[in-house]
Design a protein around this ligand. Structure first.
Ligand code: FAD
Length: 623
């Protein structure tokens, strides 16, 4: 029925599991994806959308590395928006509204076309560990399947408990059973586990809504896309979202249900995502706000089902329904599904190495929500990295680790394993100290070559990246070398309220002026001619624009990152005895012993390790 021994078994076909399976199999590992429901591959448990602030950058990174999330998102998008376009390019964040059913279907299609990948639908009930090494998995039917490495991506399913008002029942997601056995097996061998919580809003019938009372939110006029590859195309038509608000009347109805709320009556004890609170949490915490924004999001091209973003709740379903009927445009609303909250087990991620392999059991990897994160993008990126590293380890190759100045994925994993997380962790641009370097437009420059070298990104991806890089570099050089006369420039400068030139100057300098944007620069005959001659496309032109306009910031961050990398190069030996350093604080010693940082730079990011502790460590490492 199965291969004797798989190189990699991936448990769970959510966002993390799907990327992990694709990466390992594409790199050549004999891979098995075991999941509880093959109908629900990469199911979007919550909102039908990919990307957004900082998350959109992650999807671009996954794509640049050769993962599937970007391609699937493009193929199943119903709307595209570049968020934060009014801010600097470090903040630009692509986001798509997705067709939920098509998204899962496209993922499954892509996985089925992936070589080296077998599928099996069943619940995994335990892991088989011998002498501190993973050797396989056990299933609920009593099968044992052997593997050299196992990636666990169980999401919200481990001992999952669903709450709606005062009712609760076991489940991993609405309509799907919980998973039992794995947590218990892992705790037995010494893993620490915890509980977290998340929630989701009701889904409603779009035919019952009055959109004339809402504000329309159309997609971008010139939509972009996620994948760097030309196999996907920007949308030619899109569906709109809508916006409406709750009111005091809505809040009053919701408050009526507070005594039956599992959040407030102590039934739910675990922590939920702070930045994605339930509606009852919002009206409780921000009691002075008389309304909250709701986004009304279509679930696909061919469905009337609608997702009500901002109305996540675990109040009793009758209260949810009554409150929603008081929202403008929702007076006649019909429910498809009520909102609910879910509690599940996770494993504090400080138990992992940078490769996402566990410190305790060799060959065992954790990725996704099981590590205390929240979000499809966070999960998918961890899955990709775990799949890559499981493959590399099986083949006795060096691990693949991304640094904090190379990728949001690097920031995410380093944060998780160095700092741990007490509440569901989501990515923000503010978590990245080098966000001017980690832009959505240059993920291919940062990562494709690295991925090609380890055998994941294919040659076509590399060639495309190199062409874009060469063309944009040459365009920047053109700006540096080409002069414009004051007569050419002044009419444009005057129109933009910029001070006039008294003599000719380099284009680079003119373009660097804050008032001057791409559209102005494209008005210069010399630029028009260059673009036409070279046949430059929009992506290359915009890339050059970012490099010219933000060159000062980019250079400064590169310098800072180089300094950090010098500390990154100072390794701490694996079995270093922190007890022998007397002059560091007690707290630092305990944390260092628990986290076991591999470099001085990582040690410096552990909370409780002060700059003076770092200086002492440096001396001990001979620096
Ligand atoms: P999942 O997508 O949960 O996938 C896990 C997969 O593993 C499933 O396919 C499951 O069948 C399979 N599986 C589990 N156990 C076993 C087993 N023992 N054997 C075989 N297969 C198994 N994210 C946000 O960013 N914001 C939100 O507001 C938000 N709200 C959420 C609300 C709810 C109710 C839920 C359920 C999730 C929510 N999420 C939210 C989280 C988001 O869905 C996850 O972050 C993301 O899906 C995690 O991906 P994953 O691959 O780790 O796990």
């Amino acid at each position: 029925m199965f291969q004797d021994v798989y190189d990699v078994i991936v448990v769970g076909g959510g966002h993390a599991g799907s990327e992990a399976a694709a990466a390992a199999a594409n790199m050549g590992s004999k891979t098995l994806l075991v999941t509880m429901s093959l109908q629900n591959i990469a199911q979007m448990s919550c909102n039908p959308a990919m990307g957004g602030i900082a998350k959109g950058q992650i999807v671009r990174e996954i794509d640049a590395l050769g993962g599937y999330s970007g391609i699937v998102s493009d193929k199943t998008a119903i709307q595209f928006r570049m968020l934060n376009k009014s801010k600097g390019p470090a903040m630009w964040s692509p986001r798509v509204q997705s067709d939920r059913m098509r998204f899962a279907e496209e993922w499954r299609l892509m996985l089925e076309q992936t070589p080296n990948l077998d599928f099996y639908q069943e619940m995994v009930s335990g892991v088989v560990i011998e002498n501190g090494k993973i050797v396989g998995i056990k299933t609920s039917l009593g099968l044992t399947i052997k593997a050299k490495s196992v990636v666990l991506t169980n999401g919200t399913f481990l001992n999952g408990m669903i709450h709606i008002g005062d009712k609760n029942f076991g489940g991993g997601r609405a309509g799907e059973g919980a998973s039992f056995g794995i947590t218990e097996d892992l705790v037995k061998v010494g893993f620490e586990s915890g509980r977290m919580k998340t929630g989701t809003p009701p889904r409603v019938d779009g035919r019952s809504l009055d959109y004339s009372k809402m504000i329309e939110q159309p997609g971008d006029e010139n939509p972009d896309k996620f994948s760097y590859l030309d196999i996907t195309k920007p949308l030619t038509h899109q569906r709109s979202c809508h916006m409406t608000y709750t009111s005091e009347a809505v809040h009053d109805v919701l408050r009526e249900g507070f005594d039956r709320s599992p959040m407030f009556n102590g039934r739910i004890k675990s922590l939920g995502p702070r930045y994605c609170p339930s509606i009852e949490d919002k009206i409780n915490r921000f009691a002075d706000k008389d309304r909250h924004q709701l986004f009304v999001e279509p679930e696909g091209w061919n469905t009337v089902e609608v997702y009500v973003n901002g109305f996540s709740t675990s109040l009793p379903e009758d209260v949810q329904f009554k409150a929603m009927r008081s929202v403008a445009g929702f007076e006649n609303v019909k429910f498809f599904r009520p909102g609910y909250a879910i509690e599940y087990d996770y494993f504090p991620p400080t138990q992992l190495k940078h490769t996402l392999e566990t410190k305790l059991v060799e060959g065992l990897y954790f990725a996704g929500q099981i590590n205390g994160t929240t979000g499809y993008e966070e999960a998918a990126s961890q899955g990709l990295m775990a799949g890559i590293n499981a493959h590399l380890k099986v083949n006795e190759k060096a691990p693949f680790i991304l640094k904090r100045n190379e990728a949001y994925i690097g920031v995410l994993i380093d944060d998780l394993i160095t700092k741990g997380t007490e509440e569901p962790y989501r990515m923000f641009t503010s978590r990245a100290e080098y966000r001017t370097l980690l832009r959505q437009d240059n993920a291919d420059f940062r990562l494709t070559q690295l991925s090609y070298e380890i055998g994941l990104a294919k040659e076509n991806r590399l060639i495309r990246m190199e062409k874009k890089r060469d063309e944009s570099d040459a365009f920047v050089t053109f700006f540096k070398e080409t002069s414009v006369t004051k007569d050419e420039a002044n009419p444009i400068l005057e129109e933009k309220g910029s001070s006039l030139m008294t003599q000719s100057d380099k284009m680079f300098k003119v373009f660097s002026r804050p008032q001057i944007d791409l559209e102005d620069i494209l008005k210069f005959d010399k630029v028009k001619q260059y673009v036409a001659e070279k046949g430059l496309d929009r992506e290359v032109i915009e890339q050059a624009e970012v490099q010219v306009k933000y060159s000062g910031y980019i250079d400064k961050e590169k310098n800072n990152a180089d300094k950090l990398n010098r500390l990154e190069d100072v390794k701490i030996p694996e079995n270093f005895d922190f007890d022998k350093i007397k002059s560091i604080s007690m707290e630092a010693r305990e944390k260092l012993k628990k986290i076991r940082p591999v470099t001085i730079s990582q040690a410096s990011r552990i909370s409780g390790v002060s700059p003076s502790d770092v200086s002492v460590l440096l001396i001990h490492m001979g620096r």
